[in-house]
Structure formats: C-alpha cells, structure tokens
Design a protein around this ligand. Sequence first.
Ligand SMILES: Nc1ncnc2c1ncn2[C@@H]1O[C@H](COP(=O)(O)OP(=O)(O)OP(=O)(O)O)[C@@H](O)[C@H]1O
Ligand SMILES: [Mg+2]
Length: 348
Amino acid sequence: MVDHIIQSDGLIKEFPMGGLFKARSKDPFAKRRVLDGITFDLPKGLSLALLGPNGSGKTTLLKTLSTIYSPDGGDAQICGYDIVDEMKEVRKLISFVSPAMDFQKKLTLKQTLDFFVKVTNGDMALAKDFIEELQLDHLWNTKIETFSEGQKAITRLCVGLQKNPAILFADEPTSGIDFRRKQIVLDFLEKQGKERTLVLVDHSPDVVDQLCDKILLIALGGTVQGMVDVTKLQNEFNYMYDIMVIPKDRMTEKIAEKIWHRYEMIGGMCRFFAGSRAEATDIHDKIIEWGGFIDFKTSGISIEDITLMWLAKHEKELEVKLEEERKKVKQVEQEKLEKITKRKRRRK
Ligand SMILES: Nc1ncnc2c1ncn2[C@@H]1O[C@H](COP(=O)(O)OP(=O)(O)OP(=O)(O)O)[C@@H](O)[C@H]1O
Ligand SMILES: [Mg+2]
C-alpha cells in the first residue's frame, strides 16, 4: 500500500546555460543545475505549498513532478508511479495549471472546455460547477480573446479541475483573480481538497493558510530548506501583523519591552509582532504615547516570514533531518550503482 502521494528522492533538474552564463562559460554544453537534490515525502490526504524566493526552482519542481520536464537525476513517484518509467500513469492522475497556459483566442469558454474534456476524458460537470459557483455563467458563449487576466486564470483552473485529478499542481493559481472571487475559488478548492491533493505555488498567506497542510521551503540553488506543518507554524508563531518602528534615536531593548514583549531589533529599528488587531492597536497606542519615532508602519505578516522564523528557530533539528535524508539518498544511489555494475559484470 502506498501511504505517500508524492515521494521525491534527490530530484535533479539542469538547463543548458544561456545568455550571460553561456558567454562566461568555456564549455558550450555546460548546464546549470536548477533543482539540486529535492527530497521530500507528502503523505496521502495532505496538501502542500511550495515557498521560496524568485528563481529558486518552484515552477521547475512543479513541472518536473508533473512530467512536463524530465529529471536529470534522482527519482520521484506520484501515487506510487515513477514519473519517468510510468509517465503515462502519472499523467492520468494529475493536472497542471500554470499562468503560462494559453488558449485558442477565437474559441468560446464552452468550446475551450469541450476540447479539454474530450482530449483528457474529463468531466464537464466539474468545470460547470466551478463556473456557476463563481457566477460566471454569462461567459459560457464568450470568446476567450475578450477575457480579463482573472477570467483566464479561472478558465485555467477549470481546465485543471474537469480532469478530476488526484493531484492538482497549480502555479500561482489565484493571481489576477479579484478579491471577492478569490475567496470563492479558495472555498471551492478547499472543499475539493478533501477529495484531491493540492500542490501549490502561491505567495499569498491566505491561500497557503486555507488550502495547505504543509510548506516545502525551497532555497536559492534548488535545495530543500525544510518542510513545515502549517498548523505548527500557526500555533508557534501566532502573528498577524508586524509593526516596524523607525526611531529618532536608537531604540533600547528596555523601551521596546515596555511597548510589547514580542519584538525583534533590526539595526536601529524595531519590529513588533501582533497576534490580533486588538494587539496591533494596543502597540500603536503605546508607540504614540512613547513618541520617539520618525515613522512606523504596520503590515500583514506573510506566511514566508513566519516560515523563515520557524526555520531559524528549528535550524539545528532540521539540519540533522536533512543530513539523514542526504545519507538515505546517497545509499539508494550507491545500491543502484552496485546493481548496474553487477549486471554489467554478469553480461561479460
Ligand atoms: N526552460 C528553462 N531554460 C533555462 N533556464 C530555466 C528554464 N526555466 C527556468 N529556468 C531557470 O531556472 C531557475 C528557476 O526557475 P523557476 O521558474 O523554477 O523559479 P521559481 O522559483 O518558480 O521563480 P518565481 O518565484 O519567480 O516564479 C531560474 O534561474 C530560471 O531562470
Ligand atoms: Mg515560478
């Protein structure tokens, strides 16, 4: 029995060098490694968010797991099927939704979805439900060329959903969708999430909060920095706002502590963390009462911020876990190599 819906063991992806990299390199066939040994398991029934800085390889990882790119090393299984050797089986089970997905402009929404339902043997009712939930039925016979970016994003999700996939891989699925409709999309996907696994790349904390159980943090260079439970994060760092204060003179810890106990000093500035609107208001009042500031600014804390704080706090235990994973991957590679060598010897 497969108890993991995704298993990735040391996944590697390389691209031919281009532009400046190529110009600087002496080797015309030189490659640049974008995913450098991605190892993680996703248990069945859980959904995952990929987080990381621009260029860290999130889209590349989604595309590799979705069999759009073939890996240059390592292994991955989707529902127990190998993404290379059993690509056909994997493709039956998944959908990949990306902002790069374009449509025939002259086709209507209905014609577009009819086409995808036909080629993927999908279920039009699933797409229809989604369109109705979003109150976009009036677009049914409208040509895609007149669609706004948000309407195209919704069409892409329809294309992904009509296939009724076990895993929906979605790259920034809610970008371009207006605030009200975004909430409807999230509620719909949340309901859907009970039947299928979502693997998302999304920078908005509300999306990750509502839809994902785990976060895989990818570092620049395409390595795994850590895997974190979203509920653990919420329990451990119950912050909603941060209030950054630029003081007239240096702010001492004594002053900061008087204002609020959860704070961080950054150079001469101070950042307070509030768990609720009431706490943020209380901190505002105390800063104004103190009066020694040039400026202060409140912003919502992003899930990326909280993840980084969690990682900083748990750096040591994560390093031990990662080291164990690396050893496991090395051992598997070694065993494979030994098998191949034995086979070659036997042939001789
Ligand atoms: N087809 C390609 N050919 C060559 N290089 C590529 C290709 N696709 C991506 N890259 C490079 O791989 C690196 C990772 O790209 P990727 O798009 O996966 O990052 P990302 O984490 O999704 O970034 P973002 O947050 O900006 O979407 C980048 O440096 C990018 O330039
Ligand atoms: Mg990307």
